[in-house]
Design a protein around this ligand. Structure first.
Ligand code: ADP
Length: 588
């Protein structure tokens, strides 16, 4: 037989009541019994003691038996008097004659204890099955020391306990009755409240495709169990969904901030902390308190009114951001900010580059066109003048060719189409080869050239790129060093893995303000002078690109007392076993 919902609740209540009544009853019974027994023991002790006092002040003619009778009458207890051997000498139960005939020596435990310690106690059941409490004391009566024993049945204690038990059982029954009434009343109320939940759960279950047979509409607890299982499943799915959302949010590169209706931050991702330099534990703070950027606040305020708003501005950190703010359902705002500093920088570089290229090309082209027009307009007929114009045209077309060729080189390196095939090279050999090519420029200006290279210094680089780098640096040094100046090329290995090559000159040096930009395309300290010297403003940019493509570094330092030290580093030669491996630095 299976119990209903209410039956189970009633059983539970009954069990609880039985446990409580049982344990409380057990405790109370024990404490009441021990308290009653100690009171009775104390009373019997007093009676025995009083008997002793009477014995000490016995009137002549009072025998011991008479004293025992008198005390027993007064106290409604049983009094016995024994000599120290245990022979009864007085009793409230036996007549003196009977007592004399009683030749039996008593060795009851309480007498034995009293003999030794002046006081004894025992609980025994008599021949009729009644339990008695015995208390004995030793009395030093004038004629002889005796043992006085007072005893009484424990029946009163047992009666009190029996009454207690009945009271406990009655209380338990009353409790059960109340529980039954309460359960009936509360149970029907709960049932009424749960009925709609149960029936909609059952209906939903029945409507589930393929699962309809498990939805027994009437079975409340069963339906509730199903609701609980479904709820647990939904909570699990929600928590998985939330973790997934959190993971995506945290890995986004865009900064995401979610504000509530009071413009307080409720969700912030890692990128937002980084990009907007938010203080620690920004969640819970107001937007303006966390980010002191008025444009951001204005955007959030506009979005709070509805719609999506967009703006681009610079943060106090100097970073440029593209920000979008949209109102979300519960009247808060979602802000998404993206770092576009690099994008804008590249756009500017591209714009500048196009402007620079056009500017650089315009001069030689206009000179060539003007010269051609002058020639066509009649200068051709004057051979002397014509030659001047043709020479100028040649010079400018030459320059045009150099610019185009340098630009092609740069775009090839940047696009990774300048093929690099690094190999172990002897630094001295490469430097000597380059100097052979350009030395004549130095000789023309009376420049003294010296080379200091550590012996057996090898590096791992592409020969063509190395020559290109060195030609540009050494040509610049010759170009900017005044006549009879001094140019030096040195090379050493600052660490076992690096080779450093330096080109030192006696030129005007580079102003510290320009050192950062000197390697940019078309950057020239003195553009007129550079152009006059045939410079394109692209040489150092090519050097930088080629060095960095080979995992090296490049820079310029001042030289004392005047001049510059252009330097670059490249990897040292590899052990021969590695040399044939696919070169990491090579671009295809
Ligand atoms: P250019 O073809 O004009 O020399 P580069 O890219 O080689 O172009 O150099 C860029 C600018 O750097 C030059 O215009 C010049 O102002 C400066 N520069 C380069 N090398 C030196 C040097 N050794 N001494 C002084 N200035 C230099």
């Amino acid at each position: 037989m299976s119990l209903g919902f209410r039956g189970k609740l009633f059983l539970l209540a009954a069990l609880m009541i039985a446990t409580v009544v049982g344990s409380v009853g057990f405790y109370v019974e024990h404490s009441v019994e021990s308290s009653l027994r100690s009171r009775l023991e104390l009373e019997l002790y007093r009676h025995a003691k009083n008997t002793g006092v009477l014995l000490e002040h016995r009137v002549d003619g009072d025998d011991l038996d008479a004293v025992a009778d008198r005390v027993a009458d007064a106290t409604r207890s049983e009094i016995w008097i024994f000599d120290l051997e245990g022979q009864p000498v007085g009793s409230s139960v036996l007549a003196p004659l009977e007592l004399q005939q009683l030749a039996q020596v008593s060795a009851d435990p309480e007498l034995e204890q009293a003999r030794q310690t002046d006081r004894g106690m025992d609980v025994r059941t008599d021949g009729e099955g009644n339990r008695h409490l015995y208390v004995a004391v030793k009395v030093a009566a004038p004629q002889q020391a005796v043992l006085v024993r007072a005893s009484a049945p424990l029946a009163t204690v047992q009666q009190t306990l029996a009454q207690l038990r009945i009271a406990a059982v009655l209380a338990g029954i009353a409790g059960l009755g109340i529980a039954g009434v309460l359960l009936t009343a509360v149970g029907s109320q709960v049932e009424r409240a749960l009925k709609p939940v149960v029936s909609s759960a059952a209906a939903a279950k029945a409507a589930e495709p393929g699962d309809g047979e498990s939805g027994h509409g009437d079975d409340g607890p069963q339906s509730l169990r199903t609701v609980a299982v479904d709820l647990e499943r939904t909570m699990g799915a929600l928590s998985t969904e939330r973790n997934r959302f959190e993971a995506v949010l945290q890995t986004l590169e865009q900064a995401v901030l979610v504000l509530d209706a009071d413009e307080k931050l409720i969700t912030v991702n890692r990128a937002a902390y980084r990009l907007l330099s938010l203080p620690e534990r920004a969640v819970g703070r107001s937007l303006l308190e966390a980010v002191r950027v008025p444009q951001l606040k204005a955007l959030a305020a506009a979005a709070a009114e509805g719609g999506t708003h967009h703006d681009e501005f610079e943060l106090p950190s100097g970073l440029r951001v593209d920000v979008r703010a949209t109102r979300h359902d519960d009247e808060g705002v979602v802000i998404v900010a993206q770092d576009i500093t690099e994008v804008r920088h590249l756009e500017r570089v591209r714009r500048d580059f196009v402007a620079n290229v056009s500017h650089e090309l315009r001069t030689p082209i206009s000179v060539i066109r003007a010269n051609a027009e002058t020639l066509l307009d009649g200068a051709l007929d004057e051979p002397k003048v014509a030659r001047k114009f043709v020479e100028a045209t040649h010079r400018h077309s030459d320059r045009l060719g150099r610019i185009v060729s340098d630009l092609l080189d740069i775009s090839r390196i940047e696009a990774g189409r300048y093929s690099l095939n690094p190999a172990n090279l002897n630094v001295g050999d490469v430097v000597d080869q380059v100097l052979d090519l350009v030395e004549s420029n130095a000789t023309e200006k009376g420049i003294e050239l010296s080379v200091t290279i550590e012996p057996e210094l090898d590096m791992y680089a592409d020969r063509k790129a190395m020559e290109h780098i060195l030609i540009n640096l050494v040509s610049n040094a010759f170009k900017y060093t005044p006549e009879n100046g001094k140019v030096e090329v040195t090379a050493h290995a600052p660490t076992p893995n690096r080779v450093r090559i330096e080109v030192l000159d006696d030129g005007p040096g580079i102003d510290p303000a320009h050192r950062e930009r000197i390697f940019e395309r078309f950057f020239r300290v003195d553009s007129g002078r550079s152009r006059d010297m045939g410079g394109t403003g692209l040489g150092l940019s090519i050097v930088k690109n080629l060095v960095e493509a080979q995992r090296g570094e490049v820079g310029v330092d001042p030289r004392s007392p005047t001049g510059s030290v252009f330097w670059f580093t490249l990897p040292a030669a590899r052990p021969t076993s590695f040399e044939n491996e696919t070169p990491e630095a090579a671009t295809s």
